[in-house]
Design a protein around this ligand. Structure first.
Ligand code: SF4
Ligand code: SF4
Length: 341
């Protein structure tokens, strides 16, 4: 939610935007124009990367204002027909619960089964967890990228209710989208969350610390593809660093990581292929320039839609759970490690 009283018109949000080219003066005009509810130029230039929420030094959430105006003015980042197709597809995934140890948490896999690496949940890290997947456990946060927050908001209570019915004190979220909905958006919408949400990074870090003696350090240089939605929960960034450290992966200090990360641009590659491809090229060039051997993904969507291009450029594409499995000697260090195993 945009916090009008916290915005001081400094313009930092849009000066730092990596997809617009505004002077400070123009950036200030843009935010002022948005606050008046006008058709500011940024509304069309924005690629919905959410980064300005993190750039804002006062926590005013300028992206949330863009999102609100995108919806009001029907400026959709994807065509409504495409959004409806995504919604129909992702809301018709059958539910499936594989009961684990009653005293252990549930692992929410939502609707991204097609995007995760094969056999992901066979890892020792996930033994005994109750595995949950299907449309009832899908947060719809993807529509925060499409100027359609209404689709998200109206479903959130039902989403939290479905998770609550699992009757677990703790639920682990693999998809950063789903985690963000529970820890940020649901409270913002006034919805009570009666269980503890645990992020997959935090969970795996805990497991690896407890099983430190089984880790064989990877000694690999890794580029991290930070998901756009992580802009809502930057407080978990130290866990990402600690996870890399414990498994011996060097998170290369490239230009486009952390606050300066680039969107994987998969949506843009559909709507504006030239611009989307340029952003992706810039991102991969950066990883290679800094000597990365692999690109590691936290978002299953980014992983699914970017792996092939990484491989074409000579970068192994690895999902974060598989990277940890490699350090536990469950998989070889490789792109598509299930094929090489
Ligand atoms: S969401 Fe991203 S692209 Fe849009 S204005 Fe903010 S920083 Fe720029
Ligand atoms: S939203 Fe934040 S960064 Fe943008 S002008 Fe207001 S205070 Fe500055």
């Amino acid at each position: 939610m945009f916090k009008y009283d916290q915005c001081n018109d400094c313009g930092d949000c849009f000066v730092q935007c990596q997809y617009a080219d505004f002077t400070r003066e123009k950036a200030v005009q843009e935010i002022q124009s948005l606050k008046r509810g006008e058709n500011a130029a940024i509304l069309k230039q924005c690629i919905t990367c959410m980064a300005c929420n993190e750039y804002c030094p006062t926590g005013a959430n300028p992206y949330d204002l863009i999102l609100q105006l995108h919806e009001e003015k029907k400026i959709h980042f994807v065509e409504p027909g495409v959004a409806e197709f995504i919604e129909e597809t992702l809301t018709s995934v059958p539910n499936d619960i594989i009961q684990g140890d009653p005293d252990k948490p549930a692992l929410n896999l939502c609707v991204m089964g097609h995007a995760y690496p094969p056999n992901m949940t066979e890892s020792k890290m996930f033994a005994g967890l109750t595995l949950v997947r299907g449309s009832d456990y899908f947060s719809r946060a993807v529509f925060l990228h499409t100027g359609m927050e209404g689709k998200v908001r109206t479903h959130t209570q039902e989403y939290i209710d479905n998770l609550t019915k699992l009757n677990k004190q703790e639920i682990i979220f693999v998809h950063d989208d789903c985690y963000t909905m529970v820890v940020r958006k649901a409270p913002e919408y006034g919805i009570t969350v009666p269980f503890k949400a645990v992020h997959i990074i935090e969970y795996m870090l805990g497991y690896l610390k407890e099983h430190n003696s089984f880790i064989i350090k990877l000694n690999r240089r890794i580029a991290y593809q930070r998901p756009c939605i992580s802009r809502y929960t930057p407080e978990k960034e130290p866990y990402v660093d600690e996870l890399f450290e414990i498994i011996g992966a060097e998170r290369v200090a490239r230009k486009h990581d952390r606050k300066n990360a680039l969107c994987c641009a998969f949506g843009l590659r559909e709507t504006d292929p030239e611009r989307g491809s340029q952003i992706l090229k810039k991102n991969l060039d950066d990883a290679l320039d800094y000597g990365a051997e692999a690109m590691v993904f936290l978002c299953p969507g980014c992983y699914w839609l970017t792996s092939e291009v990484c491989e074409e450029r000579g970068l192994a594409a690895i999902f974060i759970t598989d990277l940890c499995r490699m350090a536990l000697s469950e998989l070889p260090f490789s792109s598509r490690p299930w094929e090489a195993a």
